[in-house]
Design a protein around this ligand. Structure first.
Ligand code: ATP
Length: 337
């Protein structure tokens, strides 16, 4: 099996040339690899340099130094049309082609395979319609892009990348304008393409939760830090998300794999029980500033008693007892007492 990485950076420095002698170097010594069949997500806070890295890896902006290899060959050695058969790129810039239809835009993805006049054949048309369906834009083929929402246009751009039929696909925040079900659909579709067609797919995203669930590899980028890459679980265990994302008052919960807002927890309360009711009751109490504990003490106690159909039994420190059906009623009762 060919083990050459589809995309590789070697001591890559990325940034911007500002005038004749000034350079803004955002990151240097980036060494990463993306292999066939791999679905990688690039994550990092705002301004970390994700778009800059994506644009450098896909040849849209020049590197500062180091090398980018695409399928083992230096990026600069590719002729434009050759490169278009190896890598398709979806950037976030707003489209300037507003009087085009979805079909016309997606069909542009076939350009590397068409003749001098850009004529597209029956097979190309089928691929275009298939890609339009794959991204969930059934019925939109003849719609003008100007008459579509940002999310729909974003799906059309992804369809264009799909019909380009390249082994490597690089996308900069492709799900930024999509609603949650569409985000999941698109990310799943890209993951499936990586798996089934052995493509290498790299996307930058702020959807940490989706990346944790679906990425084969995560690349973490932060300001002034070296890029760290690995499988999601190893990065969590190495405190990667804490180091790259935590801010004052916002904590990454390594157990759950998600962020939580740090609340001032002043009052202790004992919670006894199990199951989903127990989990969401603790959630509500933490949100209201209670520190929940399972240890007995001189503070109120709540039993989660779903079986007996009373749901929540509150024992106050003065000996009073209240049986409540919802968490909302319970929170009100605690405040009243
Ligand atoms: N053309 C440019 N010239 C100079 N500096 C730039 C240019 N484009 C971006 N920058 C700067 O480079 C840094 C990284 O920007 P970049 O867009 O790569 O970050 P990002 O991680 O993609 O951020 P976000 O999550 O907000 O999209 C920022 O400080 C930005 O201001």
């Amino acid at each position: 099996m060919d083990n050459t990485a589809l995309l590789e950076s070697v001591n890559l420095a990325v940034g911007y040339n500002q005038g004749s002698s000034r350079q803004l170097v955002l990151h240097s010594k980036i060494n990463v690899q993306l292999h066939r069949g791999e679905f990688a997500c690039l994550l990092g806070p705002n301004g970390a340099g994700k778009s800059t890295l994506i644009k450098t890896l896909s040849g849209f902006i020049p590197k500062i130094s180091g090398n980018v290899l695409v399928d083992g060959t230096h990026l600069e050695s590719y002729k434009r049309n050759q490169l278009a058969k190896v890598v398709s790129v979806v950037l976030t810039e707003k489209l300037q082609v507003s009087n085009m239809t979805v079909f016309d835009l997606v069909a542009l993805g076939r350009t590397p395979y068409t003749d001098f006049f850009g004529t597209i054949g029956k097979h190309d048309k089928q691929l275009v319609m298939q890609a339009i369906n794959d991204v969930g834009l059934q019925g939109f083929a003849n719609r003008q892009l100007v008459c579509m929402s940002d999310g729909e246009r974003q799906k059309a751009m992804i369809a264009k990348a799909l019909v380009q039929d390249t082994p490597l696909i690089i996308l900069d925040e492709p799900t930024a304008f999509l609603d949650l079900p569409s985000k999941i659909e698109i990310v799943q579709l890209l993951k499936k393409l990586a798996e089934e067609k052995q493509k290498g797919i790299l996307l930058s995203t702020h959807d940490l939760d989706l990346a944790l669930q679906l990425a084969d590899k995560i690349w973490l980028l932060g300001q002034g830090r070296e890029l760290e890459s690995g499988i999601p679980e190893d990065l969590v265990l190495a405190d990667g998300f804490r180091r790259f994302f935590e801010k004052e008052g916002i904590l990454f919960d390594n157990e759950r794999g998600s962020f939580k807002v740090q609340q001032k927890q002043l009052k202790a309360i004992r919670v006894v029980g199990a199951g989903i009711e127990y989990k969401w009751l603790s959630h509500a109490l933490n949100r209201k500033g209670y520190q929940t504990t399972e240890t007995e003490g001189d503070y109120p106690q709540i039993e989660v008693d779903k079986e007996a159909n009373k749901a929540y039994v509150l024992h106050q420190t003065d000996g009073s007892k209240h049986e409540l059906r919802t968490i909302e009623d319970l929170l009100e009762q605690i405040t009243l007492d």
